[in-house]
Design a protein around this ligand. Structure first.
Ligand SMILES: [Zn+2]
Length: 441
């Protein structure tokens, strides 16, 4: 398929005319890119980047700090420069490109994602958001357009190993994390040095971004919601928060043969009712929260002993931390009633917290406007997985665009998104950037 037809077909997704992009508004009177991004080039480059860590099954093994990661970053850096970005490695070890805007006083409009993968992972997670950012700059250049804001492209380091690059920017990395040995064999500290980051990344990286107008990340969904709905553009409502507890149920260990049924304080019977209650509460409350008991340890765990204590994990995820709190309170009330009924004690001990990061409403609307301008159907959905955008939400208004993942598969070689879906996502990113550039100060 030639380029022109490829682009037109991509833009036609959902029945839109290719010139629909021209609806975006005139920065200094000019009409915006009538052709959109070069989808053929973008998709070809996604495959080319597989030179660094590509596996024969279509996947990619490019873990952070490995030689493949360094090679891939150099390759991306060359393309960023070609596209007109001034580039640097920031103190956190992220690659940062800046394209000057027409108004030097405005804060940067940022886009980006990551190119590192999980071990033996897929070829689209992260990569599409980075290369679409490069394509965005090229498209503006080809159309002789400049944004008012400087355009900033981030290639975050070690997303898959704990969002290290973006978390360093918000001062969320603990000193002990630098000693963690990653899949590359290097510690995070050694890895940052390999990438050219600062010798003291914890202090130097914080607040190194300067003021930002907004951050938008294009990413694969990693779930099957969009595919099932047949919708090409997902407007992310936010990244869910996560809290986890150890729940300990204490009863009385006793002889399984000689203790009558009505005199038992069986911790496992009580715990099993609590597990059912977790499921019932999360189902009953309105919303899209999820609650899971994933592990259960029974003491002493012998066939002829009434369980004396049980410890299980409880995990609750929701788009708002208040939502999580509400589900927890309802579960605790049920658990306490069960405990009283069964003559046992119950205790909740928190052990993990990841803050929810809501997307800014203005950015959600800008993405929806961009999709509509392209004639692309869109739907709102939460992100159940973590992303660098979660960190960036601490610095500026954040938005995320999802494109479908075939079969909802990710972090595996079978991870796949159709070329025209990637092109549609990149055009939605372009449209969003143009709209934000117009609307934001
Ligand atoms: Zn990712």
């Amino acid at each position: 398929m030639n380029r022109r037809r490829f682009v037109r077909n991509s833009l036609m997704l959902g029945g839109a005319a290719p010139w629909a992009l021209g609806r975006w508004s005139p920065v200094q009177g000019a009409l915006l890119p009538p052709t959109g991004v070069d989808g053929a080039r973008l998709n070809a480059e996604i495959q080319e980047l597989r030179r660094f860590g590509g596996t024969p099954d279509g996947g990619t093994h490019r873990v952070a700090y490995s030689d493949e990661d360094l090679g891939g970053r150099d390759w991306v850096l060359a393309r960023m420069r070609d596209a007109g970005f001034t580039t640097r490695v920031d103190p956190a070890g992220n690659l940062v490109g800046t394209l000057p805007g027409t108004d030097a006083d405005l804060p940067a409009l940022a886009v980006g994602s990551h190119i590192d993968t999980v071990p033996y992972g897929g070829s689209y997670d992260g990569t599409i958001g980075v290369l679409a950012g490069v394509e965005l700059a090229r498209t503006l250049h080809a159309e002789n357009q400049r944004l008012r804001h400087p355009l900033r492209l981030y290639v975050f380091q070690n997303e898959e190993g704990g969002k290290t690059g973006s978390r360093l920017l918000i001062g969320a990395v603990e000193p002990s994390e630098l000693d963690i040995v990653t899949a590359s064999g290097f510690t995070i500290g050694e890895g940052i040095a390999r990438l050219g980051g600062a010798p003291d990344p914890l202090t130097a990286a914080r607040a190194s971004t300067g003021p930002l107008a907004a951050f938008v990340e294009l990413h694969i969904e990693q779930g099957a919601t969009l595919e099932r709905a047949g919708v090409p553009i997902g407007v992310v409502e936010g990244i869910v928060g996560i809290r986890r507890w150890f729940v300990t149920v204490t009863g009385e260990k006793n002889h399984a043969g000689t203790t009558p049924m009505d005199q038992r304080r069986d911790a496992l019977v009580a715990a099993s009712r609590m597990v059912s209650a977790v499921d019932e509460v999360a189902l009953r409350i309105e919303g899209r929260q999820v609650a899971t008991v994933g592990r259960l340890e029974v003491d002493p765990g012998a066939p002829n002993v009434i369980p004396g204590s049980v410890r299980f994990t409880l995990e609750i995820r929701d788009l708002s931390m208040e939502g999580i709190e509400g589900v927890l309170r309802a579960i605790q009330a049920r658990a306490e009633r069960i405990a009283t009924d069964r003559g046992v004690a119950v205790d909740f001990e928190p052990f993990y917290l990841s803050e929810a990061a809501p997307a800014a409403e203005g950015l959600r609307r800008a993405i929806e406007g961009a999709a509509e301008g392209l004639g692309l159907r869109h739907m709102r959905l939460p992100s159940g997985a973590g992303h660098d955008a979660q960190s960036m939400a601490k610095l500026c208004p954040m938005g995320m665009i999802f494109v479908p993942s075939r079969g909802g598969i990710s972090h595996a070689p079978d991870e796949f998104t159709e070329a025209d879906q990637i092109t549609a996502g990149a055009n939605a990113l372009l449209g969003t950037a143009l709209e934000l550039d117009r609307a934001l100060g």
